[in-house]
Design a binder for this molecule. Sequence first.
Ligand SMILES: NC(=O)c1ccc[n+]([C@@H]2O[C@H](COP(=O)([O-])OP(=O)(O)OC[C@H]3O[C@@H](n4cnc5c(N)ncnc54)[C@H](OP(=O)(O)O)[C@@H]3O)[C@@H](O)[C@H]2O)c1
Length: 310
Amino acid sequence: MFGKKKQISTIDKDQLELIENAQKRIKQKKRLYIHFVIFLIGSVLLILSETVLGIGKNLKIAGINWFVFAIIGWLFLLIYHFVSVFITNKFMGKAWEKQQLDKLVNQQQNRIEKLKQNFLKEETKMAQTQAYNESKADVVSSEKKKTSELTIIVAAGENNAIGKDNKLIWHLSDDLKHFKALTNGHHIIMGRKTFESFPKPLPNRTHIVITRQKDYQVPDGIITVNSLEDALDAARFDTQPFIIGGGEIYKQAMSIADKIEITRVHSVFENADTFFPDIDKTKWKEVNRTTHEADEKHAYAFSFITYLKM
Ligand SMILES: NC(=O)c1ccc[n+]([C@@H]2O[C@H](COP(=O)([O-])OP(=O)(O)OC[C@H]3O[C@@H](n4cnc5c(N)ncnc54)[C@H](OP(=O)(O)O)[C@@H]3O)[C@@H](O)[C@H]2O)c1
């Protein structure tokens, strides 16, 4: 761990290659130079061998001494050597050319790879932006479309009891006031049985009664419909239509409602015959709670709780 640090070469691969090539070049030139020197000495020796030593004294071609031909032939060889070092090998031979070409191709490939990566990055960014814009547009348009908040309003015991014999099981005046305050001026959607449980229609509210009966008779001003969908359609211009019961209608409206205003009566009513559905806490979030203690006017303690659909 604490041993000698390995020397890291500061010369990169390309530089190393250049040095090697330069060394090769020097060797080639050196060899040519040696060849030249040997040629000079050789030429002198050839001349001396004939003139001094008398070798091939009588050997003449077209009246010219043999060593002249020998020297000219050697000179051609020297010229060939010179040409191959300075002209043919200028680019250091075919292998070197191929290497350079490979290098160039690699560089181009790297560039293409980089461009591809940049392009992919840009494309991902664009796709993300597009998806973001689309989802934003969806949210905006759904916000625009969703102009009303369908609200369930109910009073239920700890065991979800809401009624018995088509009547409420308790009388809690502050809860009735709460109901009036919230529903005042709005459409109130109810099942036929709940409607019949009222002594008379509630003032300042538009009643929509759901029944399967085609000729169900109601006082003037009361709207009758044959389905929950038709009831919602009749209340479409209300910013907050209320589903006010009873058990059957609550059950059908849970999946489409946006909000629940529940008065939780803190007692268990075993004798009830109608119940509110369980509130699935994974789908509904409690956003508000106010507790009211039992007193001389209220036999039971209760809490006003607001849930919003998640
Ligand atoms: N604690 C509370 O906050 C609260 C609030 C409201 C009511 N309640 C209580 O709840 C009880 C009444 O509830 P409930 O469940 O018996 O009756 P309900 O829900 O008030 O009314 C049921 C009736 O609605 C009609 N209906 C239901 N679904 C329909 C559909 N999909 N299409 C057409 N019509 C449909 C039918 O009328 P037809 O039979 O005419 O076809 C059905 O008989 C009472 O005890 C009442 O006091 C309590």
